[in-house]
Design a protein around this ligand. Structure first.
Ligand SMILES: Cc1cc2nc3c(=O)[nH]c(=O)nc-3n(C[C@H](O)[C@H](O)[C@H](O)COP(=O)(O)OP(=O)(O)OC[C@H]3O[C@@H](n4cnc5c(N)ncnc54)[C@H](O)[C@@H]3O)c2cc1C
Length: 470
């Protein structure tokens, strides 16, 4: 078996195959450790790490434990978040109540070494330039090393784990740009970022910045480092006429807590830019070939779903390939692979779309005791099994229902952007509907009309007051 690409997807698949006695070779174009975006993991990645005997290595490395995640609005009071404790409802099968925030150069190098230690042949600095076909069947690859030396290698199956390079899908012209997401991301690592209160230790935090399909992340890493990044619609960056650094800091200024957190921050490595990254591929498997991880699809990363997809698609690819080899029939397991993985990734996609469209509503649901368990379990990851799927569907249906009701009522604050200062009105006093200003020196909100002073942002008081009747 040839696996092209030694990121989390390729390394996990190689390990699973080798542990089951199959011969696998991983061809990786870079030499690990190499930098990579994607530092916040879902709880369910524990399940695959455990399955391949890698969880102890994650713990031994000292990666930051992530027990939860939180988000806030541009004018939320300092360090106030909608908080999701990801293990508030136990994740069946996981031996620990936390997942991780990781330095990807370290984690990916460790995973690749783990594959090697389990018997996978790992060749680094070897780039695959072409997947070789006989008729419509993949039969091998053309491999090239840096000095130009090339060789054709043959195998029963070729698995594309090349991440967003999508080697095979590009070769077969199957990659389609996502019409709904055209995002652009700038991030780097910093020291001196202000730490949130103890309660949020290890949390991945998201700051919303009042722009469409835009957000920023705050991920604590080891030794006092923080990964801080912004995601925006690419057009917003292009229209701004700013350099990447100027643009980044102009967005920092759009969220009160983000501004505070970055006050004394010092950048410790170059800016890292990612653009145009969302796409779809309709076919995940064909005669002699299969796609895993980002090589099969990439959806917006707001729910930290990337490594989850990489690991679970690899687990299912392993089951698919071993069944095909055992039975000599690949059609049925390949079709099942497509169905299972597609259903899971489609669900991530729908959740992301819903989140962008109905952010106020999702926030409201997350604070509702009635819906909290469903929200937490959905964000735990692994949406490929019927249980998770049914739960997420119930949640999505309920939210869409609430949305229709909110839309029908022009005064309903759960409408998209209803409380956004640039798209709707200024923040209003819940008592008299006068305009409310934030008085930074006193850390409170003052109504211009009735003079009421309050500590909570008016939009939050409004949201708490809106009943959820679904
Ligand atoms: C802005 C942004 C933020 C993100 N945040 C998160 C997050 O917080 N959490 C999360 O889980 N995910 C996140 N992701 C997604 C995450 O980065 C990926 O989903 C994850 O790395 C996928 O793993 P993979 O193994 O499929 O691909 P990769 O990790 O990209 O690995 C692919 C490997 O293939 C190699 N390769 C490529 N082409 C060739 C070739 N021709 N020959 C040989 N080798 C080749 C590459 O060198 C690479 O090592 C984010 C992504 C973006 C863009």
């Amino acid at each position: 078996m040839i696996i092209v690409g030694g990121g989390p997807a390729g390394a996990a698949l190689g390990t699973l195959l080798a542990q089951d006695g199959h011969k696998a070779i991983i061809l990786e174009k870079d030499i690990h450790p190499r930098d990579h975006v994607g530092e916040s993991l879902t709880p369910s990645t524990n399940l695959v790490f455990d399955r391949i005997g890698f969880l102890d290595k994650m713990n031994d490395n000292g990666f930051i434990h992530k027990p939860g995640t939180g988000w806030n609005a541009p004018r939320s009071p300092l360090w106030k978040f909608v908080e999701i404790w990801l293990f508030e409802f136990p994740l069946p099968g996981t031996p620990q109540p936390y997942t991780y925030n990781v330095e990807r150069d370290e984690m990916d190098a460790m995973l690749l070494r783990h594959a090697h230690e389990n018997g996978v042949k790992v060749l680094q600095g070897v780039k695959v330039t072409n997947v070789l076909f006989e008729g419509d069947r993949a039969v091998g690859v053309r491999a090239q090393v840096a000095d130009g030396w090339e060789r054709d290698l043959r195998a029963r199956y070729v698995v594309d784990a090349t991440g967003r390079r999508c080697q095979l899908a590009s070769q077969l012209r199957m990659k389609k740009k996502d019409p709904n997401f055209n995002q652009f991301c700038i991030y780097s690592w910093f020291r001196g970022v202000k730490e949130p209160p103890e309660r949020y230790r290890g949390f991945t935090l998201f700051y919303f910045i009042g722009l469409n399909q835009a957000w920023s992340w705050h991920i604590p890493l080891k030794d006092g480092k923080f990964s801080m990044g912004v995601v925006v619609d690419k057009e917003d960056f292009q229209k701004s006429g700013k350099s990447e650094e100027e643009f980044f800091f102009s967005l920092v200024g759009r969220n009160r807590t983000f501004t505070h957190a970055m006050q004394d921050a010092e950048r410790i490595r170059p800016w890292w830019i990612e653009g145009d990254y969302s796409y779809k591929i309709d076919r995940f498997a064909g005669p002699g070939w299969l796609l895993v991880g980002d090589a099969l699809r990439f959806v917006d990363p707001i729910f930290s779903s990337g490594v989850d997809v990489a690991l679970f698609s690899s687990l299912y690819a392993y089951e698919t390939l071993t069944e095909a080899m055992r039975t000599g029939n690949e059609e049925r397991p390949f079709a099942e692979y497509q169905r299972r993985v597609e259903a899971g990734v489609d669900l991530w996609y729908e959740l992301i779309e819903t989140f962008y469209k109905l952010q106020n509503l999702v926030t409201r649901y997350a604070s509702s005791p009635r819906w909290r368990e469903m929200i937490v379990r959905t964000l735990q990851g692994n949406p490929y099994i019927p249980d998770t799927q049914n739960r997420a569907r119930t949640l999505l249906d309920a939210m869409h229902d609430s949305y229709q009701k909110a839309l029908a009522d022009p005064g309903n604050l759960l409408r998209p952007w209803a409380m956004d200062p640039e798209r709707a009105d200024l923040p209003r006093c819940p008592q008299c509907l006068g305009v409310v200003d934030y008085i930074a020196a006193e850390g409170l909100y003052l109504c211009r009309k009735c003079g009421a002073r309050r500590e909570t942002a008016p939009e939050e008081e409004f949201l708490q007051a809106v009943p959820l009747d679904t």
